[in-house]
Design a protein around this ligand. Structure first.
Ligand code: COA
Length: 207
């Protein structure tokens, strides 16, 4: 991690954060929407997509700026049981990851940290393969994927990246729990500061 990077804390999001996730996606411009969703989704389709996220079944991670804005989102969607592939007679638990970082917050390690957190969560959830779909032209995401040891398969301008996830161990479980605890403390602090500023008439309240 370059020393210029601030520590990036990744917080697990719940249905309570749905409107913030929606706002984050709607703030992405046309090109970012294409990179993130595979097509330039309209605001209506983004709204429908976010309303459909099942926060109980999937895992959604977020990064909050010092101003308590949601500036990065990682969405881990678990492939339904019926669609899981068989390898050597063993059903593989597969998860797909989508990541986005607000344009003004890029280049500070947020995308990489969201990826790392998703990967460690998958490890602890017994996922065997973490998958990511992106355009071949998405050099930034491909760089992050390669850095994380993912194998990349390119086809007709699209790229599929696969990470073979290691089995969980006590260290990986502890690492995830600690990261979540620190991020929760940071979140509570930012939330309280934001509410206090709002109370005294400085800035708008983030929900
Ligand atoms: C891809 C994305 C998530 C990266 O977020 P980020 O917070 O800027 O990522 P990071 O700061 O962690 O890392 C960027 C890395 O890419 C590298 N990079 C940046 N531009 C690059 C380029 N054109 N080619 C190769 N590498 C590049 C940076 O040097 C950095 O590498 P390093 O950590 O080894 O120094 C962000 O650009 C984004 O939201 N894009 C739109 C949506 C998207 O493409 N999602 C991915 C598909 S699901």
């Amino acid at each position: 991690m370059p020393s210029s990077h601030r520590p990036v804390l990744i917080k697990e999001l719940t249905a309570h954060h749905r409107s913030r996730v929606m706002h984050h996606f709607i703030s992405l411009d046309a090109n970012d929407r294409l990179l993130r969703f595979g097509s330039n989704l309209s605001n209506e389709l983004i709204t429908k997509y976010v309303k459909g996220i099942n926060f109980e079944h999937d895992k959604v991670f977020g990064v909050f700026s010092h101003r308590f804005r949601l500036v990065g989102v990682g969405h881990v969607a678990f492939v339904p049981r019926a669609d899981r592939p068989l390898v050597d007679g063993v059903v593989q638990k597969v998860a797909e990851l989508g990541v986005s970082v607000s344009s003004f917050a890029r280049g500070h390690g947020i995308g990489s940290k969201l990826f790392e957190r998703a990967a460690i969560h998958c490890r602890n959830a017994n996922v065997t393969v973490l998958y990511m779909h992106c355009l071949s032209s998405n050099q930034t995401m491909i760089h992050i994927a390669k850095k994380a040891g993912m194998s990349i398969e390119r086809d007709h301008g699209e790229a599929d990246a696969y990470l073979k996830v290691l089995p969980a161990n006590p260290g990986s479980v502890m690492q995830e729990a600690l990261q979540e605890q620190v991020a929760s403390l940071d979140y509570t602090l930012k939330s309280n500061v934001s509410a206090a500023l709002h109370l005294f008439g400085f800035g708008k309240k983030n929900k």
